[in-house]
Design a protein around this ligand. Structure first.
Ligand code: IPD
Length: 266
């Protein structure tokens, strides 16, 4: 079966939009049943579980030989060479509170490289897409990252893990960084943060502790929009250890500020 990036995106995009629409509609009711995972503040709802099962079922119905890995435990082995990385609700805390910014994030990887990505953010009414080498789009319109003059003029997003000790250290890093940049934002969904780097709303984003399903789709969308998206060192891929996305003009300067502030040591 073909692993053409456009065909993979053509499969994933309507699934992400359908699930995102369902999540938005669910907010008008009583709200989903909520429980917690790694810590009492790391939330999962019945709709995270439903969404992951639905996405898995839809992908496998079309492509039964693909592999799937998802935040809520989906772990399907495949033989086609295509692996799907699924975050059924990135920003579950936003979702539970009805705060715009939760999203459905789906990436297709071939030989470990993301080739197609969709991030659907229903309360913003935005669907971000990209294919490797094919550019990045928001609701079908091409997007480019910003071109800030310097790190000192950059508005930079970040995120925090769920472990209370780690998030305290991450907040201490923010206190050291905030005087050296224009401002900080914390929106609550890594995939949206990366898409907002892609469309130039923010001038950078970093976080430590992300899983592949948090960054896979957003990283391709940001790269295809012109941003430099790495791990800690130039030329590396985003990882659990570090994710940094920024326009090429400020990537090195911002990275140096973050490393000096201990951002990688949290
Ligand atoms: C979380 C969000 C959040 C980030 C956390 C992630 P989840 O994902 O992306 O913005 O700061 O590190 O775990 O748990 O809502 O899917």
């Amino acid at each position: 079966m073909s692993a053409d990036p456009s065909a993979l995106l053509a499969l994933a995009e309507p699934i992400a939009v359908e699930v995102a629409d369902h999540l938005r509609a669910s907010l008008t009711g009583a709200g989903p049943a909520v429980s917690s995972k790694s810590t009492p503040t790391d939330l999962v709802t019945e709709l995270d579980t439903w969404a992951e099962a639905h996405i898995t079922e839809r992908i496998l119905a079309a492509r039964p030989d693909d592999a799937i890995q998802g935040e809520e435990g989906a772990d399907v082995a495949g033989t086609s060479g295509v692996t799907w990385s699924v975050d059924p609700i990135d920003g579950t805390v936003n979702f539970v509170h009805g705060i715009p910014g939760f999203c459905v994030s789906i990436a297709a990887r071939v030989d470990g490289r993301t080739v197609a990505a969709v991030v659907a953010s229903p309360l913003h009414g935005e669907v971000f897409t990209a294919t490797l080498g094919g550019g990045a789009f928001c609701n079908g319109t091409p997007i480019r990252c910003a071109a800030p003059a310097s790190a000192a003029r950059s508005v930079v997003a970040t995120g925090f893990g769920y472990d209370p000790r780690r998030r305290t250290r991450q907040a201490e890093v923010v206190a050291r960084v905030i005087g050296q940049i224009a401002d900080i934002r914390r929106f609550g969904a890594a995939a949206v943060d990366l898409c907002w780097v892609a469309c130039g709303r923010v001038d950078g984003y970093w976080e430590v502790g992300l899983n592949a399903w948090d960054h896979a789709a957003g990283a391709l969308i940001a790269r295809e929009a012109g941003a430099t998206v790495t791990g800690l060192e130039a030329g590396t891929d985003p990882s659990e250890r570090f994710t940094l996305a920024a326009p090429p003009e400020v990537w090195a300067e911002l990275g140096a500020i973050l490393v000096d502030a201990g951002a990688a040591d949290v």
